[in-house]
Ligand binder design. Structure first.
Ligand code: SF4
Length: 504
């Protein structure tokens, strides 16, 4: 930890301010939406260094969760688990210079808000049960977890974590089906929501994608090697070229006898998370059989089509706005400039106590290049607007750097509703689009105009729009979700007062 970081922490200690609250405040500035997790699994017919091989795909999907990392692998008929708080490079680098022979392992990277940033919530979760030894890594969010948890708790179950993933293991263990496979299928019929899973059961690797297909999950093979991972970039890093996405509702079992695929009997309309394409997945990944990079460029171009020529230069908020800004610039015929420099060393490992310091945090991460901004009408492109905190600071930075006008363009519709399928979205109260329309937001953040991509425009950018979830924009969920009463009250208030529409 640097001297500056120590001084900041000392400062917080002196002020007797709650550190965890400040850490969250800092995260608000760093990243306004959080992904819950990324997963990977490996099965090899020949013994290989599985822990080392898991390091690389997990490192590739680090963007899906930065709070904890972990692996579980088989060795001499035992399951070994190692997990800790921290990034993959901190937690799992210990395996890069060890020679561990194994044929099976799974891994996980985690974002912490659901269940808290505690070691007990890190995954994989490992249990010895009446169905054998099981290790589980989960990406997603079980939307009926509260009801199931209450039922199990009332029935005497003891929970070791506050994560919804543990429920899956409870349900498997309590299933009346005696065999693991039957108990797993039983459990998958019971849970709802988003669940891409990798499991180790004794010496078998299992992978499942939920029937709605909210989160992506890939399987790739090379000879006797099978690799499963959240994104295609995690397979690319292992030079696995022969891969495909699991179908929604597909269950794969891999063991020494081969690979077996089946479809769960529960059939639901496909509802892939459109935010994977807007923001979460890496631009060099292909998810939902679509190039993430090209999708983002189409979203930017769609924004530009609605705008006409309103600027002299298009500047992305790096890295999330890069591809959409390129698409915007190409469509509008306006120069694209990297007018904001991102400091890649500005991590999340320190805390900042005051509003002024939070502004400094944005400056430390993103800094404008005066030469390309001064005197220009700037079209500033980002992926989404959540609380508006960062946008306000960025617009101020642009104006300080001499921008004549700043027009903020978002390559997603207004976010107004929570997600129950694996994305951490702030409460409805905190979402700026629940309180203001685009013109009001522009005034509030000091921009000359603000424009969002509409749901219809976004749908035009997708190859099969009916296969996607848009619930956080529309409030129309694919099935019943536990919206709190308080949130519904806000809904009514917002419906009565909020007007939609863009300004320009
Ligand atoms: S509600 Fe939004 S973030 Fe959640 S799965 Fe649907 S599109 Fe994705």
């Amino acid at each position: 930890m640097s001297t500056v970081q120590h001084r900041l922490i000392d400062c917080v200690t002196e002020l007797s301010i709650d550190r965890s609250a400040l850490r969250l405040l800092y995260r608000d500035v760093q990243q306004e939406l959080g992904h819950f997790c990324g997963i990977a699994g490996i099965f090899s017919l020949d013994p290989i260094n599985v822990p080392e091989q898991l390091f690389f795909p997990l490192f590739s999907i680090q963007h899906r969760g930065q709070e904890s990392a972990g692996i579980a692998y088989r060795r001499a008929n035992e399951t070994v688990v190692y997990k800790d708080l921290g990034m993959v490079s901190q937690v799992l680098a210990r395996y890069l210079d060890r020679d561990i022979s194994s044929h099976l392992g799974i891994g996980h990277v985690r974002y912490s808000t659901h269940g808290g940033n505690k070691l007990e919530n890190a995954q994989p979760i490992h249990v010895r049960s009446n169905k054998g030894e099981i290790a589980l890594a989960h990406n997603g969010n079980i939307s009926n977890s509260r009801a199931i948890q209450k039922e199990l708790f009332d029935d005497g179950s003891i929970f070791q974590t506050s994560s919804d993933s543990e429920l899956i293991l409870h349900l498997i263990s309590r299933s009346r089906r005696a065999d693991f496979h039957g108990a797993l299928v039983d459990t998958l019929q019971r849970i709802e929501g988003a669940f891409s899973l990798v499991l180790m059961h004794n010496d078998t690797l299992m992978a499942v994608r939920d029937p709605s297909g909210f989160r992506p999950l890939f399987i790739g093979t090379k000879g006797g090697l099978t690799v499963v991972a959240s994104e295609s970039c995690a397979l690319d890093i292992l030079h696995i070229c022969d891969y495909r996405e699991l179908k929604p509702g597909e269950l794969v079992r891999v063991d020494s006898r081969g690979r077996h695929h089946e479809m769960l009997s529960k059939q639901l309309p496909t509802r892939q998370c459109v935010f994977e394409l807007i923001y979460f997945a890496r631009p060099d990944s292909t998810v939902f059989e679509t190039s993430v990079y090209s999708s983002r460029k189409r979203m930017g171009a769609e924004l530009a089509r609605a705008d006409g020529t309103i600027g002299d230069v298009v500047i992305p908020v790096p890295d999330s706005g890069n591809s959409a800004a390129l698409g915007y610039a190409e469509q509008a015929g306006i120069p694209f400039e990297l007018g904001l420099t991102r400091n890649h060393y500005a991590g999340r490992s320190f805390i900042l106590p005051t509003k002024a310091a939070r502004k400094l945090a944005v400056r430390m991460k993103l800094h404008p290049i005066r030469d390309v901004i001064s005197g220009k009408r700037v079209v500033l492109v980002d992926d989404s607007l959540v609380r508006g905190t960062t946008a306000k600071i960025l617009v101020a930075l642009m104006k300080e750097a001499g921008a004549a006008e700043v027009h903020l363009r978002l390559s997603s519709p207004e976010i107004r509703w929570p997600c129950f399928f694996g994305i951490d979205i702030p409460t409805r109260e905190e979402l700026i689009s629940n309180h203001m329309n685009a013109a009001e937001i522009a005034r509030a953040i000091g921009a000359d105009s603000v424009r969002f991509l509409s749901i219809e425009q976004l749908q035009r950018c997708l190859i099969q729009p009916s296969d996607y979830c848009f619930s956080c924009f529309s409030g129309r969920y694919p099935f019943a979700v536990p919206l709190a009463d308080a949130q519904l009250e806000i809904t009514d208030a917002v419906c009565a007062t909020t007007h939609t529409g863009n300004t320009s």
